[in-house]
Ligand binder design. Sequence first.
Ligand code: SF4
Ligand code: SF4
Length: 149
Amino acid sequence: MIGTGILKGMKVTFEHMMMTQKETVAYPEERVYTPPRFRGAPAWVFDPNGHARCVGCGICVFACPHGVIEMRTSETPDKVRMVDYYSIHITRCLFCGLCVEACPFRAIEMSDEFELAGYQRNDLTYTLKDWLGPNQREYHDEPRAQVAT
Ligand code: SF4
Ligand code: SF4
């Protein structure tokens, strides 16, 4: 019958209009919910004492398929490896999460940070300063819960 398709379409529209709960978030005053599997910017994880979990092994650097992680380390006189520089060029990050999977210490995670705009390219290279400074992009006592994929 002519017009049946239109009626069916109108029925679906009407059902959605009347029965679906509206969810409006007053962003940026309110932050939108990010589910546990959300992949925002990769970020360092710290223990409850504020110490980074990263030991500078460099596995994440090799695991990154796009080569966006840079790290420089040094050794103290008593042979303790220190991470002097660690950065992620977020403009080239694929958000694949391979660095997170590769890290044997769960020292890096895909955070819920999605506000990744900047006025200059240099603003988009996340360094230790960004994670440790007064405007920490991400700080967790414990890594986010792992969710089976
Ligand atoms: S793999 Fe983990 S512990 Fe090793 S350098 Fe990367 S973040 Fe640090
Ligand atoms: S999420 Fe992927 S592309 Fe981004 S830093 Fe980690 S491994 Fe590299």
